[in-house]
Design a protein around this ligand. Structure first.
Ligand code: CTP
Length: 405
């Protein structure tokens, strides 16, 4: 039993199981990243069929993409008759990465003169485009007009990012990160049951400074809160993630606000919830105390025999006291199985739901990729069992939707 649960914990959640993705590669330097994209889509459980434009062949060989996808790569409409019709008919999503200015212009104008553009016009499912080009090309009004036209048809855009470009210039035009492209594809095939919800999520620890060098903090890695933000975005919510210092990357499509102390997190949560948030999820491990004095220069240890502390303001309680308040979900990280304490906490702080988390259990709590929680709300409770934090995030959001509808 121990072995099978250990294996399960190591297994990555496959978000594209039984899905079939058509990947269109057009001819820009970022085409070399297509092999990695194929691998990552397959790692997430998808089957991938690649179509390439003629220009893409100059940057990456069909053989590389054939090996990566373990599928035939299509480079011409005449390679196998009618594939431009049958491939789109069988696919769940189409992603074009990199998408050059040329392919975007063609798609926006209904031009169908190669395998990729003909398959696009024959496809009726969700399409994700990942533009990549020089910044001046990206900003050109003609290109922007074409892009806008595609977006108005419901086509989803991921990237481009800013940074150093292959041409040696700095600017906006880099292909989005491959993991972000995969997340956008996952969102494209996920039911958007949280569309219209504006969710504020907090994550990570806070830091309470003694002086410019020392601070008090805790072991929170931020993983649970980041998983919730990612899951909510995937399901169509507008998400603001307010995070204390962590080593984690901003999830795709999420607005990230970085904070440091509990006071700063409180300020940011108040600002963001006032902008019409429907839900506040407080996964952050907020410090309960801060040093009474914060020195501007390093304090000599001889002058620090004891530490005077003050209570920090409670973020949940302060949002719950607002007249117009969002649905509030809190966490109770406990050492031991005292679930009663969590329920009392929910009532005391006027929360709508609390996630009880015994951090001493195997595979639960800080720094792990898994968790094991009990979800309490005003109507009852549900145990999740040991699952990945991404799955726990979905279970919390499922329960929220059940209560609200
Ligand atoms: N929390 C908060 N503001 C604080 C402290 C905690 O909003 N200043 C939130 C946490 O983000 C969490 C919930 O309150 O969602 C419960 O946090 P926890 O530390 O377990 O509860 P406390 O009320 O601090 O109770 P105790 O430390 O006595 O267990």
């Amino acid at each position: 039993m121990r072995n099978s649960s250990a294996t399960r914990r190591k297994q990555k959640l496959k978000r594209l199981t039984n899905k079939s993705v058509l990947l269109g590669v057009s001819g820009g330097i970022a085409a070399y990243k297509a092999a990695d994209l194929v691998r990552r889509l397959k790692d997430d459980g998808s089957s991938v069929t690649v179509m390439m434009t003629e220009a893409a062949l100059k940057f990456i060989t069909p053989l590389s993409l054939q090996v990566a996808s373990q599928n035939t790569v299509y480079t011409s409409v005449f390679q196998e008759p009618l594939k431009h019709i049958s491939l789109p008919a069988q696919a769940d999503a189409m992603v074009i990465a990199p998408a050059t200015a040329n392919i975007i212009a063609k798609l926006a104008n209904g031009i169908a003169d190669d395998i990729l553009s003909t398959a696009f016009i024959a496809f009726r499912g969700p399409v994700v485009i990942a533009p990549a080009m020089n910044e001046r090309m990206y900003e050109h009004p003609l290109f922007q007009e074409n892009l806008k036209r595609l977006l108005s048809l419901g086509i989803r855009q991921v990237g481009p990012e800013s940074g150093s470009l292959a041409c040696g210039e700095e600017g906006t035009g880099r292909l989005a990160e491959v993991s972000d492209i995969v997340d956008a594809v996952v969102a494209a095939v996920t039911p958007q049951d949280l569309r219209g919800h504006k969710i504020v999520v907090t994550a990570g620890p806070t830091r309470e400074h003694l002086d410019p060098i020392r601070f008090l903090s805790n072991r929170s890695s931020g993983k649970m809160g980041f998983s919730i933000a990612r899951a909510a975005r995937k399901r169509g919510a507008e998400v603001v993630l307010i995070s204390g210092p962590t080593a984690l990357k901003r999830p795709w499509g999420v607005v990230l606000k970085q904070t440091d102390s509990a006071a700063e997190m409180l300020r940011t949560v108040k600002e963001e919830t006032k902008k019409g948030a429907t839900v506040l999820i407080m996964a952050a491990a907020v410090a309960d105390f801060r040093p009474r004095q914060q020195a501007g220069i390093k304090v000599d240890k001889g002058a620090m025999n004891s530490l005077a502390m003050d209570r920090t303001e409670d973020i949940i309680a302060s949002v719950a006291a607002q007249k117009k308040r969002p649905f509030i979900i809190g966490f109770a990280a406990e050492t031991g199985g005292n679930q009663e304490r969590a329920k009392q906490k929910m009532q005391r702080k006027n929360m709508d739901m609390i996630i009880f988390n015994d951090v001493t259990e195997e595979g639960a709590g800080f720094e792990t990729d898994t968790n094991n929680v009990v979800i309490f709300d005003r109507k009852g409770s549900a145990k999740t069992g040991l699952r990945s934090k991404d799955e726990i995030a979905d279970a919390i959001l499922d329960r929220y939707l059940e209560i609200k509808t």
